[in-house]
Design a protein. Structure first.
Length: 194
């Protein structure tokens, strides 16, 4: 069983922000969030998160609406192939609200840490965890990762992707916030446009 650690440092450039760093034998990985052009079909500016790198698949995550990319109404593609996403919005604990992903016939589970401070992505025999910590250069906070098991490029890409996605919906505090929001602002069900 292999284990290695890595660090992703924050950056901002030309309307995009994200994190980048060297991830073991997979080389440089970059995950960045930004807006797409508005579309008439979507009605809102489209948020997207892109992940790419030397030896990882290209990953695209899209949502609708203002703010950071979220879990609800999201679309995820890995190397151009769609992935399935689901989570239990009625769960109370973070583990009950875990995001379940089906990518290339693999089943993953992503459990968010509280207050958007990382999380852990697992599949049988593999675990990639990320947490926020002090940047080694002393500026801002980095994402500090640990990979355990026979981790491949898809595992790493998925785990790193969620560092630029708002995962509050997957937490207990997100469940409470969502309940209050539903009472105060019953919104319409929006979906991401292609």
């Amino acid at each position: 069983m292999a284990e290695f650690s890595f660090e992703l440092n924050p950056f901002t450039a030309k309307g995009r922000r994200g994190r980048r760093g060297n991830v073991g034998e997979f080389g440089e990985v970059i995950v960045e969030a930004g807006y797409r052009k508005s579309s008439i079909a979507a009605g809102h500016r489209q948020l997207e998160v892109r992940l790419y790198g030397d030896q990882v698949p290209d990953v695209l995550y899209r949502t609708v609406g203002p703010g950071r990319p979220r879990i609800k109404n999201a679309r995820l593609t890995v190397s151009g192939s769609p992935a399935q996403l689901s989570f239990n919005s009625k769960g109370i604990r973070n583990s009950q609200r875990a995001l379940r992903l089906t990518v290339e016939e693999r089943l993953y589970e992503y459990v968010a840490a509280n207050l958007e401070k990382g999380g852990i992505l697992t599949r049988p025999g593999v675990s990639v965890s990320l947490r926020r910590g002090k940047n080694s250069t002393g500026k801002g906070s980095s994402s500090l990762g640990t990979a355990v098991g026979e981790v491949d490029a898809v595992d790493l890409a998925l785990a790193v992707l969620f560092e630029e996605v708002d995962t509050l919906e997957l937490t207990t505090s997100g469940a409470m916030s969502d309940a209050i929001n539903r009472l105060l602002n019953p919104g319409r069900n929006e979906t991401a446009a292609d």
